[in-house]
Design a protein around this ligand. Structure first.
Ligand SMILES: [Zn+2]
Ligand SMILES: [Zn+2]
Length: 245
């Protein structure tokens, strides 16, 4: 009580600044991103490429990734991909906060937008399990939590679905892959994931969550292992997607 009172008083005397537009946040309750920035968030519709945002003339079959021909990832293990919108301000700032501070309010907002982006997408709602792409244990220790797991849990709560942790393990952390070519990216993430409890994914459709879709190689590698372990399909869901170079 005293702590929250002190907090409110401090906010009153020194209002925090929005991590995206850097204006003073006068209305509390939305964390370190102001309501105006949250409201301005660019979102992709259910008919747009989930990586570059261009409107698709023909929406692919229900179980194909919603990506335009130039954003397609050949032989991808994920049956579909959905993201809120492009990895740029204010969404990119929100994801930064999610990883480095203020995670509580950001998880609430992001999971809400992720849920909204799937409003008309029935096959996600019918999935059996929600799993997060794991962090390497050392990275998780350093941060104290896996940001993707927090998003998975928030969605699991909303949809009343199980989101067990520790089903997949990660052997190492991969540095940013954007400078590698496609073949190198695939090599780099090959076999970094292991499904430790295959009996829990066998025959199940899985929503696989990560914070950002970058090249798609990491989430694809993780999805591939889930399919090998017997999952019936894997649907990718990220907060944001970065354009391919
Ligand atoms: Zn702002
Ligand atoms: Zn595209």
């Amino acid at each position: 009580m005293l702590k929250s009172l002190t907090h409110s008083l401090l906010n009153f005397i020194f209002p925090p600044f929005c991590a995206s537009c850097h204006q003073k946040i006068l209305q509390s309750g939305s964390g370190l991103i102001c309501e105006a920035c949250w409201d301005s968030l660019e979102r992709w519709g259910a008919q747009s490429c989930q990586r570059c945002g261009q409107k698709l003339a023909a929406v692919p079959e229900a179980q194909e990734p919603l990506l335009c021909p130039s954003c397609r990832i050949p032989d991808w293990a994920c049956s579909d991909i959905r993201a809120i919108g492009p990895f740029k301000a204010p969404l990119a700032d929100a994801i930064h906060l999610l990883k480095y501070s203020d995670r509580r309010s950001v998880v609430k907002k992001l999971s809400h937008f992720m849920e909204q982006s799937l409003a008309e997408v029935a096959h996600y709602r019918e999935a059996d399990l929600i799993l997060a792409v794991p962090l390497h244990p050392a990275r998780k220790r350093e941060r104290g939590y896996n940001q993707a797991q927090l998003l998975a849990q928030a969605l699991g709560k909303t949809w009343n679905k199980l989101c067990p942790e520790n089903i997949i393990s990660r052997a190492r952390h991969t540095q940013t892959q954007t400078k590698l070519n496609r073949q190198q990216r695939l090599e780099n993430v090959k076999d970094i994931f292991t499904v430790k409890k295959p009996e829990l994914v066998k025959g199940k459709s899985v929503i696989l969550i990560d914070d950002v879709l970058t090249t798609g190689a990491t989430i694809g590698s993780c999805a591939g292992k889930l399919l090998e372990a017997g999952a019936s399909k894997v649907l990718a869901l990220t907060a944001a997607a970065a354009p391919l170079d």
